[in-house]
Design a protein around this ligand. Sequence first.
Ligand code: ATP
Length: 283
Amino acid sequence: MIIYEKAPAKLNLSLDVISKREDGYHNVEMVMTTIDLSDRVAIHELDENRIEISLESRYVPSDERNLAYKAARLFKEVYNIAKGVHIDIEKSIPVSAGLGGGSADAAAVLRGLNRLWSLHIPVQELAEVGARIGSDVPFCVFGHTGVATGRGEIVNRLPAPPSCWVVLAKPDIGVSSGTIFEQINLEKLIHPETGRVIDALHENDYPKLCHSIGNALEEVTCSAYPEVKRIKNKMAQSGAEGVLMSGSGPTVYGLVKHESKAQRIYNSMKGFCKEVYYVRLIG
Ligand code: ATP
């Protein structure tokens, strides 16, 4: 039997860093939603008790450093399963982009193994297991739209955003979240209006959503990589209705109500940036 799981990328509609914790991590508040840009994960059982990963990517390791591998190892350990699996990952989500690709794959593995071995583990519990892999994994286990707090492990569902398109532009640089978090000065951080973002979702108010999206890491990443600011400005000039960097960057996205306009903005960003996509917000 082969289990297939879709692993959609996430976008941050809001990302706030609240405080530094004693365990070295940060307390965050992040509103996230999923987009129609997904990796595909296929899982089947092996005769031997080991974990194999196959994927074609120059940037992602296929050994125990892969987050999908870590998810499978942790799952087997927590639920005491002495069976092996092969995990094939078809990557479409750009790597080190702020779109949570690795976390999405890890979450897909947790959901997939739950199905493969018919364990019926509640999704809440899977998310708690996922928190041990990375702070975006719990949200990715749930998918859709939600607000994550704590280290990211407390996830509350939110209504899907109003239907719209999203143009994504990724400058030709990879940004490590760890490095960006190390550079944060909590006193100087510009906090986004997360409450307004959540209200906009509850009210299904597209203009309000476009005006409220915000990311406390944007300034930090833009100072280190001015290219991100340049792309942000270009996206806004091209007519996107709400523009923001996702995660710790460097991907910048623009929300656009109508497809014809999204296509125009996509074309104009293409001249500026090698990696550009336009997809639906699925939330
Ligand atoms: P983060 O905010 O955690 O850095 P991101 O979305 O910016 O997430 P990812 O695409 O998840 O970036 O990749 C971050 C790092 O994780 C890269 O160094 C990559 O090699 C590693 N990685 C491990 N497993 C995976 C995976 N399955 N897919 C993508 N990257 C992975």
